[in-house]
Design a protein around this ligand. Structure first.
Ligand SMILES: *Cc1c(COP(=O)(O)O)cnc(C)c1O
Length: 418
């Protein structure tokens, strides 16, 4: 049997850092990543035969848990009919109709293959639609890895300790202004867009202060800038209609990813008709993709959304609360000052006295050295949290009360070993 460390060595010979996305290399927690063989429901298994209760769930897509039978069946049946055509399919129309039915104010949507493509295209659309250049983003918000949006990014960028990114020219970020989260920025008529994670979920979990999103809506309306909600995490997770419905604030442009692909590579962006009509072939903003609207991905997304009715969100929220409240008790009994900020079904984990409201505060807590110890102690007990302090926890619909309670017991044992 090959071990994780042997395979990691082999991987490093042929893949930079041994991984295809930096956070997977365990750089910020130390140690060797587990190499996955398979996963089922809330569990994930590695090549050494270890099993873990998985709270990563691929950083969000696994809202039904791993390898949901209905999703697997849809993908399998679809694959037998051909996997990509470069021509339109009914599956794309169906998924578009389903998304538009859920999101009030969204009239046209285009599917792409990742969240990165969705936000990158949304920024291009905003610039094309307004004829303006500048965009404003918030420090600690992660919007994928397109050049213009990499400045002061959360998630993997923050885990690497990068404030910016080599290879991104000053020109590429010259029109990107970075502002602190939860402070209403002053913008003028030179701004094409303000892009925001309506709940920041890539600097740990940081909730928007009450009135923050409403105020962003207002400054955009006053200046003619377009408000972009990056709902790659919040979309189809926070509520039936995502963050826009949850907070009662509509953006001009929505970006989706993760859940909407049901575990296959998908992103999407959309807006009201008048804005989206700037996209080619209707308008002059070019955007395309060989695998966009891929039939396997459309099938997986459709089946996933079919399970996500309003009751599913009640269940997810109850589960998230059980996890957050339970962990709060377990940590506090063991003498740890843990913070489990929660917004609906979204949960984060920090160690400190006061939940952060922006990236500076989040970085202070993320850098205090507690997370890696807790992470490894948990992994040893068979509980997989994300290998970095800037990610949230992603309980799914198959993280039953029993699974959560088992997690709490294992956490208590883990903390004794620290
Ligand atoms: C994951 C994420 C992205 C990037 O999506 P990819 O599919 O990894 O390119 C963008 N925005 C947010 C909020 C994300 O969490």
């Amino acid at each position: 049997m090959i071990s994780n460390s042997e395979l990691f060595l082999r991987a490093k010979q042929v893949i930079p850092g041994g991984v295809n996305s930096p956070v997977r290399a365990f750089g910020s927690v130390g140690g060797t990543p587990y190499f996955v063989t398979h996963a089922q429901g809330p569990y994930i298994y590695d090549i050494e035969g270890n099993s873990y209760i998985d709270y990563v769930q691929s950083y969000g897509p696994g809202i039904l848990g791993h390898a949901h039978p209905a999703v697997v069946e849809a993908i399998t049946k679809t694959a037998a009919l051909g996997t990509t055509f470069g021509a339109p399919t009914e599956a794309e129309v169906k998924l578009a109709e389903m998304v538009i039915e859920r999101i009030q104010g969204l009239e046209l949507i285009r599917f792409v293959s990742s969240g990165t493509e969705a936000t990158m295209s949304a920024v291009r659309l905003a610039r094309g639609a307004t004829g303006r250049n500048r965009i404003l983003k918030f420090a600690g918000c992660y919007h994928g890895h397109s050049d213009a949006l990499l400045a002061a990014g959360g998630s993997g960028v923050a885990n690497q300790g990068l404030s910016g990114c080599e290879g991104v020219t000053p020109g590429a970020v010259a029109d990107t202004v970075v502002a602190p989260y939860n402070v209403v920025p002053e913008i003028d008529e030179t701004f094409a867009a303000v892009i925001v994670e309506p709940v920041a979920a890539n600097m740990g979990l940081v909730s928007p202060n009450s009135g923050f999103l409403e105020a962003l809506r207002k400054v955009c309306d006053e200046t003619g800038a377009l408000l972009i909600f990056d709902e790659v995490i919040t979309g189809f997770r926070l509520s039936y209609g995502g963050a826009a419905e949850y907070f009662g604030v509509n953006p001009d442009i929505w970006c989706f990813g993760k859940v909407v692909g049901g575990g296959l590579p998908v992103g999407a962006f959309g807006a009201r008709r008048e804005i989206m009509e700037n996209i080619a072939p209707l308008g002059g903003v070019y955007q395309a993709g060989t695998l966009s609207g891929n039939p396997l991905a459309m099938a997986a997304g459709r089946v996933t959304l079919e399970f996500l009715d309003r009751d599913a969100y009640k269940q997810l929220t109850t589960t998230a609360a059980r996890l957050a409240d339970g962990l709060t008790d377990v940590f506090s009994s063991a003498g740890f000052s843990a913070l489990l900020p929660r917004v609906g079904s979204l949960v984060g984990l920090f160690f400190g006295e006061k939940s952060p409201t922006n990236f500076d505060e989040a970085q202070e807590l993320a850098g205090n050295g507690v997370y890696p110890k807790v992470f490894h102690a948990l992994l040893q007990q068979g509980v997989a949290f994300a290998p970095g302090p800037y990610e949230g926890l992603f309980p799914s619909l198959v993280h039953t009360d029993e699974v959560i309670d088992r997690t709490l017991d294992l956490t208590a044992s883990a903390l004794e070993s620290i």
